[in-house]
Design a binder for this molecule. Structure first.
Ligand SMILES: NC(=O)c1ccc[n+]([C@@H]2O[C@H](COP(=O)([O-])OP(=O)(O)OC[C@H]3O[C@@H](n4cnc5c(N)ncnc54)[C@H](OP(=O)(O)O)[C@@H]3O)[C@@H](O)[C@H]2O)c1
Length: 257
């Protein structure tokens, strides 16, 4: 008999007290879970996204638990707006580049514009946020990128996303090398198949469930809250000597043959 896995526990120690964190794409999915996790660990969290109402709802949830949060609305495609908001935010100690665009298309349906847009949101914007925020980070600053197993393996019909996540993996290493001498670490988490809102159609597809049972060591979808622990670890002092790493959070997908 297979027992259901235990629900991950929320952090009780305030190991991120005195830290401010910016989470992009915090209005739902992983971003919401990561923002709640950081707030529970004591960080003051800036919630980024385009949908002010969704961000306000997350902010209310954090305040209801006694945490601290602010909302930062801008489109990652709008460099000028991003710059203005970032300046107003003040010091950020932990940047979580979580926001991402998904647009599965075979290569014959991908024109330059579609590829550019994907790279702009999934790769150039995270770089730009890091570029703007790193100068204000003290030693101990943290950048955590949310990439994907698609950064390391590929399948047909998803070239633009795969290229963007492979680039984000490489950016993680490049910025780790550049910011390491200042005591700032740069790492990434690479989620596999998670039952997030964005994947609702796939979650309902029995063929995908069958694939996951066969293909992952743990034999199931990831639960959205299971991304939080690895991000909190990388954001914490416990990961002080970890940098340039892409950590798979995939139920064993990348390791399983
Ligand atoms: N779910 C999975 O199984 C899975 C697997 C591997 C990797 N990932 C990665 O995990 C991250 C989060 O995914 P998710 O499943 O939580 O998806 P999601 O619910 O679709 O979240 C994506 C977030 O990105 C934000 N975003 C997209 N385009 C933006 C733009 N131009 N400007 C500002 N914000 C923008 C959205 O904000 P608004 O809604 O406010 O516009 C949204 O909050 C992504 O980077 C994704 O590639 C997810």
């Amino acid at each position: 008999m297979t027992l259901p896995p235990p629900a991950p526990t929320a952090p009780t120690a305030k190991f991120l007290a005195d830290r401010t964190a910016l989470v992009t794409g915090a209005g739902g999915g992983f971003g919401r879970e990561i923002a709640l996790g950081l707030a529970r660990a004591g960080a003051s969290v800036m919630l980024h996204g385009r949908r002010a109402d969704a961000l306000e709802a997350v902010r209310r949830d954090i305040l209801a638990e006694g945490g601290a949060a602010q909302v930062a609305v801008f489109d990652l495609a709008d460099e000028a707006a991003a710059g203005k908001v970032l300046q107003a935010l003040g010091r950020i100690d932990v940047l979580v580049n979580n926001a991402g665009l998904r647009n599965r298309r075979s290569m014959d349906l991908l024109d330059r514009e579609a590829v550019r847009t994907m790279l702009e949101i999934n790769l150039v914007a995270p770089f730009d946020l890091a570029r703007q925020l790193a100068p204000g980070m003290a030693a101990g600053g943290r950048i955590v990128n949310v990439t994907s197993i698609a950064g390391q393996i590929a399948r047909s019909g998803d070239a633009a996303y795969t290229m963007s996540k492979g680039g984000l993996d490489a950016m993680t290493r490049a910025l780790a090398a550049e910011l390491g001498p200042r005591g700032i670490t740069v790492n990434a988490v690479a989620p596999g198949y998670f039952a997030t809102e964005a994947n609702a159609a796939m979650v309902a597809d029995p063929a995908v469930a069958e694939h996951l049972v066969r293909r992952t060591s743990l034999g199931r979808w990831g639960r959205p809250e299971e991304i939080v622990g690895p991000v909190l670890f990388l954001a914490s002092d416990a990961a002080s000597y970890v940098t340039g790493q892409v950590i798979g959070v995939d139920g064993g997908y990348l390791a399983h043959f």
